[in-house]
Design a protein around this ligand. Structure first.
Ligand code: MOS
Length: 784
């Protein structure tokens, strides 16, 4: 199996059937030229119009306490200073707002300028507005701020932490999403009785998204209405949340975000900065533009919090799991019960009659964490898939065989069937490409000169999500198409996916399709989170195109003087700029459209998937609901799967770790654009390697402060770290998750790869590193 299956063109005309596995034609991105020439305009490219003033943030120097003195005198003397916003002149002018998982829109409920209270290091304590960026920065540094500081709790094992079980947080109504604590049978008893057991404790570190585009906001007021230019992956949620904070009607706020310079979850929730910029623009009666610095981005937005795990597995000599217990601990801020809760996935991945799980939220004096690409699966699957490798070693069983004997078409907690599951074919395809058969299973047994060779593998999975979406499609008799929806181009290629759906639905060349996204004036689309965009938006575009096709076809079949008279309109397709019948007769598009309408045909469609309340879109239009999160079938379980393979080389003396090869095989239902999908998955594999070996935000435990908060010191891979990456996409038949059989692949690629690296490092060295990232010093410490 090589990189891609031969692309097939999607069937045109009627909505494509999901009955057989399908890959669309590999298509270059329609926005590629705009991006490489710099013509694509990101949130940070908008300055808010003519003559904007510039804002700069002052952030707290302590993590816990109160502001006791805030002297603006020196700052006010800086030429060009226009306004300084602090708790003294903001206060309750901005309402706090709930976090997204509490059915709000915010990434944090900590309202920074509401009072003198400081709840984390780097909290916004003032915003200076001036004629220039430089003047605002100078003045911000001249603010004299004094604090009454209390000792902060930084992270696990710090004094003064408070914990709450995620289950009771759910009961208090503080969590949406996973309400339950997955459990079946008697796991403790089964573990005690199991012939082979493992008991492992694992840790993953704090990580920050570090999108290249900084956290920039521009706001302008006109006639009581507010326009905000800010990159967002949840624009309608943004609009509604900001309206709540400012006490405005959502319809009086417009959000513009056509291109997004990296999001990864960091732009899924509204930050507290936006309302402050809006207020500043109102006070100085000019557009205001804020550019937060990179280090400020570490504390004014969200991040992936550190996690701890204990995984206990019990199995028979045949490798079949008899008990699985996964306990997780996650750090959150003092006021917010944010959790990722990955036991939803880890307790459902393998067949096992006795399962138990528990997640505990640990409150520290930190900013509130939030979504970061595959939020639950990245840390929780690391723990489970490391433990599975340890079990394979204990059983002297091949790790792929261990997954095979525990493969299942029904999840174990409620016995629900998977809509489709192509896990073992992914393992087989990737193992073949990787050359797994050449692996000597004994740790430390494979060597190439000074380098110890390690081969490891792990499972990836990601749930299939979908949200309600709406779209407007306009087809002209000249064959040009405009598609409008407030979707989000977070770099995944959604402009191209939307264009391809119009191409297949209306039979026009891709050059004639214009796609408009990223504006709250357009029909709503769900927040781009949970890998839901392609499924949600492709489905509704197909629906709108079908409305147009059927209108043209109905007029054609009814026209006594036309070539289609009396034919079944359902059989008439739009292809190659014409209306076509199965018997080969055709009519040019403009003629066929002339029978149906006087000119252009416009269609508006909505799609409300299974499990989403009927009023979801209406509520969104009215500003009452957020649309992040997914629809789920009640009697089925829906995940995409894949297999991650890694070769590591560990230097025998220095323990330097290199990664010559990554091989992944993935199956995620219908793939609309294999070219972009492959890039997404490949990027995920690279990120997974990065999470295993490089990335960690270091915390000063005394100050509860991040100290490598820039791209010089926060390690991410460079080209030399990334050698051969092979990405295989397996066709998969999927008929249940949605009309098109699309599962989504945005977050599938990076899950499990961290465990595959750890498993490969163990195979190379015999040293099991259970705390990420795996670095040479940990191997050196273990080998003396
Ligand atoms: Mo994602 S972390 O759902 O942008």
């Amino acid at each position: 199996m090589s990189d891609n299956t031969e692309p097939q063109i999607m069937p045109q005309g009627a909505p494509p059937s999901a009955a057989k596995p399908s890959m669309g034609a590999a298509t270059s991105r329609v926005d590629g030229r705009l991006k490489v020439t710099g013509a694509a305009r990101y949130g940070s490219d908008f300055f808010g119009g003519v003559n904007p003033a510039h804002a700069y943030l002052a952030t707290s120097a302590i993590a816990r306490g109160r502001i006791t003195r805030l002297d603006e005198a020196e700052a006010r003397k800086v030429p060009g200073v226009l306004e300084i916003l602090t708790y003294r002149n903001v206060g309750d002018r901005i309402k706090p707002g709930k976090i997204l998982s509490q059915k709000g829109y915010m990434g944090t409920s900590i309202a920074p300028l509401a009072s003198d209270l400081v709840q984390h290091d780097g909290q916004i304590v003032a915003m200076v507005v001036a004629e220039t960026f430089e003047a605002a920065r100078e003045a911000a540094h001249r603010l004299r701020i004094e604090y009454a500081a209390e000792p902060p709790s930084a992270t696990f094992d710090s004094p003064g932490l408070q914990s709450i079980s995620a289950e009771s947080a759910s009961r208090e109504g503080e969590q949406s999403g996973s309400e339950e604590k997955p459990k079946v049978g008697d796991a403790a008893a089964a573990l005690a009785a199991a012939p082979v057991t493992v008991d492992g404790r694992y840790e993953t570190p704090t990580q920050h998204h570090n999108p290249i585009e900084l956290f920039t906001t521009a706001c302008a007021w006109a006639d009581g209405k507010l326009t905000v230019w800010e990159s967002s992956q949840n624009m309608y949620g943004f609009q509604n949340g900001l309206a709540e904070q400012l006490g405005m009607a959502p319809s009086d706020i417009r959000v513009i975000s056509p291109y997004i310079g990296g999001a990864f979850g960091s732009r899924g929730t509204l930050t507290q900065r936006t309302a402050i910029v809006a207020l500043a623009a109102q006070r100085v009666q000019r557009p205001v533009r804020l550019e937060a610095t990179r280090d400020q981005g570490y504390t004014i937005a969200t991040y992936r919090a550190e996690t701890r795990h204990r995984v206990r597995l019990g199995a028979g000599q045949d490798g079949k799991l008899q008990a699985l217990i996964h306990e997780g601990w996650e750090v959150s801020s003092r006021p917010d019960n944010y959790k990722v809760g990955g036991t939803d996935a880890t307790t459902r991945l393998y067949a096992c009659p006795n399962v138990d799980s528990e997640v505990t939220i640990v409150h520290a004096d930190r900013n509130t964490p939030g979504f970061m690409r595959s939020p639950p699966e990245v840390p929780y699957i690391f723990a489970l898939e490391s433990a599975m490798d340890e079990l394979a070693v204990a059983l002297r069983m091949d790790p792929i065989e261990l997954r095979r004997v525990n493969d299942t078409m029904h999840e174990p907690i409620k016995g629900l069937p998977y809509t489709s599951r192509t896990l073992m074919p992914c393992f087989d395809a990737a193992a073949k490409e990787f050359g797994w058969d050449k692996r000597d299973p004994r740790p430390g047994s494979m060597r190439d000169g000074d380098w110890l060779v390690g081969l490891g593998c792990a499972t990836t999975l990601y749930p299939t999500n979908m949200g309600a979406a709406a779209v407007r499609v306009i087809l002209t008799p000249q064959g040009t198409v405009k598609v409008q929806t407030a979707g989000h181009e977070i770099g995944t290629g959604i402009y191209t996916v939307v264009a391809l759906m119009a191409v297949s639905g209306l039979g026009v060349p891709i050059e004639k399709v214009t796609v408009e996204l990223g504006d709250t004036e357009l029909p709503p689309a769900p927040g781009a989170g949970g890998s839901n965009s392609t499924a949600s938006i492709a489905t509704v575009v197909a629906k709108a195109c079908e409305q147009i096709r059927s209108r043209i076809a109905a007029a054609a079949a009814a026209a006594v003087d036309g070539p289609f008279h009396g034919l079944d309109p359902a059989g008439l397709v739009l292809a190659d700029g014409a209306l076509r019948a199965p018997d080969g007769s055709t009519e040019p598009l403009d003629v066929a459209m002339g029978r149906a309408a006087g000119g252009a045909i416009e269609a508006y469609a909505e799609n409300i998937p299974h499990g989403v309340p009927d009023g979801a879109l209406k509520k969104l239009y009215q500003g009452q609901a957020t649309l992040m999160g997914g629809a789920k079938l009640k009697d089925r379980i829906q995940f995409a799967f894949g297999a991650q393979f890694v070769e590591v080389r560990v230097h025998a003396q220095t323990r330097e770790i290199r990664v010559p090869r990554l091989v992944g095989a993935f199956a995620a239902g219908r793939i609309v654009n294999p070219k972009a999908a492959k890039s997404q998955l490949m990027g995920g594999q690279i990120w997974g390697m990065s999470a295993a070996l490089h990335e960690a935000t270091e915390i000063d435990r005394r100050a509860a402060r991040y100290y490598n908060d820039d791209l010089a010191e926060y390690l991410i891979p460079v080209n030399a770290d990334v050698q051969q990456v092979t990405t295989i996409m397996l066709p998969e038949q999927e008929t249940q998750v949605n009309d098109l059989g699309i599962k989504g692949i945005g977050e599938l690629g990076n899950v499990g790869l961290n465990a595959a690296v750890a498993n490969a490092v163990f195979h190379a060295t015999g040293v099991r590193v259970r705390e990420l990232p795996i670095r040479a010093e940990k191997l050196l410490a273990a080998s003396v």
